[in-house]
Design a protein. Structure first.
Lengths: 271, 248
């Protein structure tokens, strides 16, 4: 049975879409069949980050409303052939996402892929709750900064109450992905440290993605960062995170581009 | 029956006195129970007239709306409820009869066949009062075995709340009794919310946005900086909210 993973954060601009694309591409490179689904109806971005914006014909809303079938809407990636994108609509709004329609689409996707990765919109409204509804795994993307941490805490509360898993009495597996982390600034006290964030959110750590110009460069090129330069620090961080999602034990560290900081090793293990 | 007289010099005299009231214990579904009550009232006209009635709803899983409906139905039947026993504070709304506590059991009163049997029943009940004290009520408590997340609100007017984890910034815990937090308190904790000045707050690490006992509150700004980040105990000394570091 497919894993349904939601990438969520509450706060906007912390790296949900970047992380969705990077994790999706890394999982697909490892041979998994992956679909990334953009739930940000009206403000779609995932197609741009995936470099598929010129190939969108039908979108999630068309499928939900029955105007197109899934095979017409799914866009196969040109670089990794086990990776697909289901884009959102830019012209419609979130009210067009009906619960029944989303239920139906998710059921179909579960039968076709190993991983269904839902890119949640920011906020805690309809789009975000529908994106997390079917998930059994959640990746909570957080920046080392107080407002992002508090919003993530709010989202974790919703994951524990508003998902189908939670409603049927089960627990959803939650992982923290700390993005835009700067070791030097955290040591200086300008940013929250990894331990501070973990202590507040008390969920297991999936990975630490360092702040890097490579992320923005890859986004603008329309390439998931794990595909653009697999040796860059953020790419290694995302690849490690993807391997941890697949259940492998990978030692936790903060990958770095700078020499001399490679020794910064955190001997923490992902749960 | 006079139970207590407070000594007074010349001012207002306050005295306690206990009375015998009829206790009605409704059963679910209320519709059937009300039908039985109607039947009883038909057999003995005026049985409830002028009698103090206490409604015992202990053990009934009902909402505030259901209780309000029941009270309205009883009023229609000229049954005047002077108090409610055994109700969770959360289902008692404004305008409802007050909560009754510390009732002592008396003998059951036989439902009369005719109205004029009532005085006899009353006498029998009074003699049987025999001051048999009911066991003291068990204090209610609520245990939350996970962190309280931002935006979540734990409201428990019935008693104490214990949290095995942290209370996040933007979360709140409101308890009728004391609050125990085995983690960091970063949000709000309001103890003794139903008017209980002896309620207290304990937490393993104080980083609260607001603490309050019985309506007296302090925001983060007013907290003693020495207590911040420490295991702390909060209590009410007369009308002053006091904090102290635990284990010193």
């Amino acid at each position: 049975m497919a894993e349904v993973l939601v990438v969520t954060s509450g706060k906007g601009g912390v790296g949900k879409t970047t992380s969705t694309a990077a994790l999706g591409a890394a999982l697909a490179q490892a041979g998994q069949r992956v679909v990334v689904v953009d739930f940000d109806v009206g403000l779609r971005n995932l197609d741009l980050v995936m470099g598929a914006e010129r190939r969108v014909v039908y979108d999630l809303i068309n499928v939900v409303q029955g105007d197109a079938n899934l095979n017409q809407a799914l866009i196969r990636d040109k670089r990794v052939d086990t990776l697909c994108l289901l884009p959102a609509s830019q012209t419609r709004d979130k009210d067009n996402l009906t619960q029944d329609g989303v239920d139906r689409v998710m059921d179909q996707l579960r039968g076709m892929f190993d991983w269904v990765i839902c890119d949640s919109p920011a906020g805690i409204e309809r789009g975000a709750t529908l994106a997390m509804r079917h998930a059994n795994v959640a990746v909570v993307v957080t920046n080392p900064e107080v407002s992002s941490v508090r919003d993530s805490d709010r989202i974790i509360g919703l994951l524990d109450s508003k998902t189908l898993r939670a409603e049927s009495g089960g627990r959803i597996e939650k992982h923290l992905l700390l993005t835009r982390y700067d070791t030097v600034r955290a040591e200086r006290g300008d940013m929250l440290k990894v331990d501070d964030v973990l202590e507040i959110l008390s969920i297991p750590l999936l990975g630490i993605v360092p702040e890097s110009p490579e992320v923005l460069r890859a986004s603008n090129l329309g390439t998931p960062v794990t595909l653009s330069d697999a040796t860059s620090a953020p790419a290694r961080a995302y690849s490690d995170a993807a391997r941890r999602l697949m259940g492998q034990a990978v030692p936790m560290n903060v990958p770095s581009d700078k020499k001399g900081l490679l020794g910064k090793f955190f001997s923490r293990r992902a749960a | 029956m006079m139970t207590e007289t407070l000594p007074s010099r010349k001012a207002v005299r306050l005295r306690g006195r206990s009375f015998l009231a009829l206790v009605l214990s409704p059963e679910l579904p209320f519709r059937d129970w009300l039908a039985q009550l109607d039947d009883l009232a038909r057999r003995s006209t005026g049985f409830f007239l002028g009698r103090p009635i206490v409604l015992d709803v202990a053990g009934l899983a009902i909402t505030r709306e259901q209780l309000a409906d029941l009270l309205a139905e009883l009023t229609k039947r000229n049954v005047r409820v002077m108090g409610i026993e055994g109700a969770l504070p959360s289902i008692l709304g404004p305008g409802m009869p007050p909560e009754m506590k510390g009732g002592r059991a008396a003998a059951d009163i036989e439902a009369p066949d005719t109205a004029d049997m009532a005085p006899a029943a009353k006498a029998q009940a009074e003699s049987a009062t025999a001051a048999r004290f009911a066991p003291p009520p068990v204090a209610a408590s609520l245990v939350i075995d996970q962190p309280v997340r931002s935006g979540q609100s734990i409201i428990f007017p019935e008693g104490d709340v214990t949290v095995l984890g942290s209370v996040a910034s933007g979360a709140e815990v409101i308890a009728g009794g004391s609050i125990h937090i085995y983690g960091a308190l970063r949000g709000r904790a309001l103890a003794g919310s139903a008017g209980n000045p002896s309620a207290r707050i304990f937490c393993r690490k104080l980083e609260a946005e607001l603490i309050a006992i019985d309506g007296l509150y302090k925001t983060a700004e007013d907290l003693d900086p020495k207590t911040l980040g420490q295991p702390v105990h909060v209590w009410l000394d007369d009308t002053v909210l006091k904090t102290a570091v635990l284990g010193n």
